[in-house]
Design a protein around this ligand. Structure first.
Ligand code: MLT
Length: 390
């Protein structure tokens, strides 16, 4: 029986899915971990650990390299919370364009007035909360994955013109885009031509401080920047300078820092929220159910979908016994595995071997239960990281 451990709140639906597969919710030496934003460390690893599923898209809270070294599959759940993030980006564009926050604070400040006074003051003052519409404006989307693509569709329905930038776009993601999206060859073009810029990139060495002084210098005047992706993608002090110089007219983010809070208190041009992009009931259920399904498929059948460190693996089950071998992608390993199986007089009914960078996984279907002796022999090789039967 497999054991799983959860960090953060994982939805009841996901827990029931695992429990109905007879998995045990147990903290001690789990085979699988399911997490949301809890930062995992090597201390959370154990000898039995086979998979980590991150219920969300970003995975910078998981030590992926260490997991790969230990043959542990890391999953994420791309797309499962994209609609929630998309909706908050639209809200962010509106918050940065209309006097919603300021108007609300102003209305609340009139609590000591009677209705006639309130109406009079409101009518007189409402001009100071005037904003602009989204229709007809240009939205630059950096990162055209699942959120970027949904956002492009929604913005297009709102009558916006869209410019997109994504040098790593997959063919599938490109198919999902509305045909009106103009392709930016570089970020300078996107920033120089957009009234709104929304960032949808993961935090990595490539994207850290992606939006900093040099790039901000190319901004179209009075642009508004929305960053609900990761805090480190934007250099906050450079953004504050750009606000100060009126290059940028508003910055909306769900990654507050002390300097951004100071700016938001002293000027109305920074809108701060907790990291709420994916915080909807629907997204939390979608992400955790997807994480649970991927975990179950891997533990029960060795199948992999949406891993950030392993290849996708699909193999329909033809027999009752399947050996799952995680190993380094080294020449000769596969030959050694299959000859050990043959030495035991066992016939391979079906098999698959897939690799990604330096890691590989092999599934072998057998008609008969492989003896422990065989598993030990396969395991007895410096390149093999784990062997199990499921
Ligand atoms: C994600 O990475 O899926 C979103 O930023 C939400 C989250 O961090 O949970």
């Amino acid at each position: 029986m497999y054991k799983f451990k959860t960090f953060n709140n994982i939805s009841e639906q996901a827990l029931s899915l695992l429990k109905s597969a007879k998995f045990q919710h147990d903290e001690a030496k789990p085979d699988a971990i399911l997490i949301r934003s809890h930062p995992l460390t090597s201390k959370d690893f154990n000898q039995n650990l086979k998979s980590i599923a991150r219920a969300g898209t970003g995975f910078n809270n998981v030590p992926v390299e260490l997991a790969t070294k230990n043959g542990i599959v890391v999953f994420n759940t791309p797309g499962a919370n994209s609609n929630a993030v998309k909706e908050l980006v639209i809200c962010g564009m509106l918050l940065s364009s209309r006097g919603i926050i300021q108007g609300n604070a102003f209305a609340k400040s009139l609590s000591d007035k009677d209705e006639i006074e309130i109406n009079n003051i409101m009518e007189k003052e409402k001009k100071s909360f005037k904003g602009n519409e989204l229709k007809g404006k240009v939205l630059g989307i950096v990162g055209l994955g699942s959120v970027g693509s949904l956002l492009a569709h929604a913005a297009s329905v709102l009558g916006m013109k869209i410019i997109g930038y994504d040098p790593y776009i997959s063919v599938d993601a490109a198919w999902m885009l509305p045909k009106e999206v103009e392709k930016a060859e570089n970020l300078e073009f996107l920033l120089g031509n957009s009234d709104y810029i929304s960032l949808h990139v993961p935090l990595s060495n490539l994207t850290k401080n992606l939006v900093s002084k040099k790039l901000l210098n190319t901004l179209k005047k009075n642009a508004k920047l929305i960053n609900l992706s990761r805090g480190g993608v934007v250099n906050n002090s450079d953004v504050i300078d750009a606000l100060e110089n009126k290059k940028l007219s508003s910055y909306v983010t769900d990654f507050p820092t002390p300097e951004l809070i100071d700016r938001s208190v002293s000027n109305g041009d920074v809108v701060l929220l907790p990291h709420l992009g994916a915080s909807t009931k629907e997204a939390e259920i979608n992400c955790s159910v997807m994480a649970a399904e991927q975990t179950k498929d891997f533990l029960e059948n060795g199948l992999i979908t949406n891993s950030v460190n392993f290849p996708n693996v699909k193999l329909s089950r033809t027999t009752q016994f399947r050996i799952v071998i995680v190993h380094k992608d080294e020449p000769g390993v596969l030959g050694k595995i299959t000859s050990e199986v043959a030495n035991n007089n066992l016939n391979i009914s079906d098999m698959i071997n897939k690799s990604r960078d330096e890691i590989a996984i092999t599934l072998i279907d057998l008609h008969d239960n492989p003896p422990q002796e065989l598993l030990k022999k396969i395991d007895n090789n410096e390149h093999i990281l784990s062997v199990r039967v499921c």
